[in-house]
Design a protein around this ligand. Structure first.
Ligand code: GAP
Length: 508
């Protein structure tokens, strides 16, 4: 088994064993690509939401938040283009009966060729040592040039075929590239078909009068249709933003990689309304701001990278992803899109209502342009979880699994432990718990040996364990154990708050 798959499996099993993430409906054998968050998962998720909300809404005088409904008027999805164009091309393998996204099968080939280029570069670097000039090598080496030509050739066929909805051309590309089913190795493919990703249901109680509506596939449209409500009631002046956190639903063809691609997930989106012509400046601004936000969570910069889009969606004039190095490689975490006036103009057209802003400085009305930042909450959760997961060998030869969460995100900030379950120690520990519980998410734990209790807290990433022993009763001191260093200090009970606050100071 590949090492990365191995790590992902360990993270999935740890997430289940310690109450972070459970497969949904597990006692009925689960529901594909749907997950439930457990007692620690929900705390971590809420902390991530809060961290994002504070950085977006609380820290910006020109950004406000909303919470729009999941059900929306069906015409909204016609106007947004989702009814006609929110499709993925799918292909089935006739032998394995597995279904794939046809474009992803082709893009995986590009990634393979890019891997070959990287290998060539690594080899050359070793050979030439300090004198190696990577840029020159990439632009002159015949093998690298050949690989790049191949990539360009694939893109030049794939992108027009996708844009033109030419499903036969996509299939032909799969055949010409000799792509085999990654599971079975078979090349026995069906035709490529389009598959709309929106879930639908019916609103109204009587079947004759009920109407088909959709579960929203993104939270953004709830912001667009409330643009004027918010602008007027909050008296916002351009440039300004509207933020929202909420559920979105997509009937993904291939749902895999744990909570990376789910059918029910959460987004944290912000639409920033700007003057037409100024959108690219704001696009660059938000790209940098969003990267800074990710880095502020204490994960090293090398785990993130930008991926600027060559192929733009019909509504965008610039787009970039922030990718994260998940256990299965670099993949999209957040999208930053310059969406032009596409959405507001479309809603004007379909609703017949004006969605314009009167700009007092220019003395004119216009449909604002929009720069969007769109982050998957569950993917952020997975990035934080997978980075935090660490297996450590200790000096005494024993092992521990520890979640090195940034303290601000840790589900539990401190756990209070009586050394033994008698002599009045539990009562004292509970007293401390009662004084801290209003400010921090704390736990009280008296079960098992102290060593096992420490391990349990390491496994859920609690930054501090506070142990009450016999000396506590004499001088009102406790030991405070720090998760990462496992160092224990003796401090007065009145100092606990200062120690915890110091570690929680990290702010978005
Ligand atoms: N409003 C723009 C929009 O929805 P997107 O790139 O389709 O853009 C934005 O989605 C983010 O939502 C992605 O970067 C990803 O983090 C998250 N996301 C999208 N589909 C997802 C899925 N099936 N499961 C989990 N997260 C998903």
């Amino acid at each position: 088994m590949a090492k990365s798959e191995d790590i992902l499996k360990k993270i999935i099993s740890h997430a289940k064993e310690y109450g972070f993430v459970f497969p949904s409906s597990e006692i009925y054998d689960g529901l594909s690509a749907v997950y439930d968050y457990g007692q620690y998962g929900v705390e971590l998720k809420n902390n991530i939401k809060d961290y994002w909300w504070r950085s977006m809404v609380q820290h910006h005088e020109n950004i406000v938040g909303i919470d729009s409904a999941i059900f929306m008027h069906p015409t909204i999805w016609k106007a947004s283009g989702h009814v006609d164009a929110f499709n993925d091309p799918m292909i089935d393998n006739k032998d394995s009966k597995k279904r794939y996204r046809a474009d992803v099968l082709i893009e995986d080939q590009i990634v393979k060729i890019e891997g070959k280029i990287k290998k060539e570069v690594d080899k050359a670097r070793k050979r030439f040592g300090d004198s190696f000039d990577e840029e020159k090598y990439l632009s002159e080496n015949p093998r690298v040039l050949g690989y790049n030509e191949k990539i360009e050739g694939i893109k030049n066929r794939l992108y027009p075929a996708m844009d033109g909805n030419d499903l036969e051309a996509i299939r032909q590309l799969i055949i010409d590239l000799d792509i085999a089913d990654p599971v079975s190795g078979s090349k026995n493919w069906t035709d490529v078909r389009q598959f709309n990703l929106m879930f639908s249901t019916r609103i109204g109680s009587l079947s004759e009068t009920s109407n088909e509506i959709f579960l929203r596939p993104e939270t953004a449209q709830g912001i667009f249709v409330n643009f004027l409500n918010v602008q007027k009631t909050a008296r916002m002046k351009i440039p300004f933003g509207i933020a929202q956190i909420g559920k979105a639903f997509r009937n993904e063809i291939v749902a895999r990689q744990f909570i990376f691609r789910m059918r029910e997930f959460e987004q944290m989106e912000m639409q920033f309304f700007v003057r037409p012509g100024e959108e690219l400046k704001w696009f660059e601004y938000w790209k940098e701001e969003r990267m800074k936000w990710h880095l502020s969570m204490g994960i090293p910069a090398g785990k993130y990278r930008f991926h600027d889009h060559d192929k733009l969606a019909h509504y965008a004039n610039a787009a970039s992803d922030i990718e994260f190095d998940f256990p299965f490689g670099f993949k999209e975490l957040e999208g930053i899109h310059s969406r032009t006036d596409f959405d507001l103009a479309a809603h004007e057209q379909y609703s017949g209502k004006k969605l314009q802003y009167f700009d007092p400085e220019l003395n004119e009305s216009y449909v604002p342009f929009v720069v969007e930042t769109s982050l998957g909450l569950d993917r952020t959760f997975l990035s934080v979880l997978s980075h935090a997961y660490t297996e450590e060998k200790l000096e005494d030869g024993s092992e521990r699994v520890v979640m090195h969460f940034s303290p601000v995100l840790a589900p539990i900030k401190a756990t209070i432990l009586p050394l033994i379950k008698k002599d009045g120690l539990p009562e004292k520990a509970l007293q401390i718990f009662d004084t801290l519980k209003f400010d921090y998410m704390c736990q009280y734990d008296e079960k098992d040996s102290i060593g096992r209790r420490y391990r349990r807290q390491d496994a859920i990433g609690t930054p501090y364990c506070i142990t009450v022993d016999h000396q506590t009763q004499e001088d009102n001191t406790v030991t405070i154990r720090e998760r990462d260093s496992m160092k224990q200090d003796r401090i007065g009970i009145d100092k606990i708050r200062t120690v915890i606050d110091e570690r929680l100071k990290t702010d978005p």
